[in-house]
Write a protein that binds this ligand. Structure first.
Ligand code: DLZ
Length: 161
């Protein structure tokens, strides 16, 4: 998870398997678009860096992180991907809304993982403020989109062991 002890883009590319035979769905939230577009760019670039074909990456947007679960389910059903990456950014406000959205999306993605035979990756930033989000969306702690893509490749291939 996002921590200031780890750069989210820091990994050994030589240890990531080839993704050329895999299909990926990506669902991305429009809320906090500055951040989520950076996460999306990181995820797509990382998938391509590991040989995923552009035509095998299916991207859909949803209004907010609360809708990621439903969007991910539709993408899984319509495109038969090997993994679905869910990208969002929830920033703490003055009301408990933050807690409800975080709880819902984490629980929803967990349930998708249990209900489907493919992995759904939790690429959602949950931060106290915009600066913490920027730090993790291409800033000083890397890009959680990169991390989510690497996780998606590893988990997609786990299905075939
Ligand atoms: C309503 C809301 C708020 C307050 N904050 C965020 C946020 O920080 N990040 C995010 O992705 N979405 C937020 N939303 C929108 C909800 O996720 C959802 O789209 C609406 O409640 C409609 O269901």
């Amino acid at each position: 998870m996002a921590t200031n002890l780890k750069n989210l883009s820091d990994y050994d590319p030589g240890r990531i398997p080839d993704a050329s035979n895999l299909k990926f769905g990506i669902v991305v939230s429009e809320w906090n678009e500055e951040i989520t577009s950076a996460l999306l760019e990181g995820a797509v670039n990382t998938l391509k860096k590991h040989q995923a074909a552009p035509e095998n990456i299916f991207i859909k947007t949803v209004p907010g992180s609360f809708e990621l679960t439903f969007g991910a389910r539709i993408v899984a059903r319509n495109y038969s991907p090997d993994a679905v990456i869910c990208l969002g950014c929830v920033i703490k406000g003055e009301t408990p809304h933050f807690n409800y959205i975080c709880q819902s999306v984490s629980q929803g993605i967990t349930e998708l993982n249990l209900d489907y035979e493919i992995p759904f990756i939790f690429g959602v930033l949950t931060t106290n403020n915009l600066k913490e989000a920027r730090d993790r969306a291409g800033g000083k702690y890397g890009n959680k989109g990169d991390e989510a893509a690497v996780t998606a490749i590893k988990m997609a291939l786990l299905r075939h062991v």
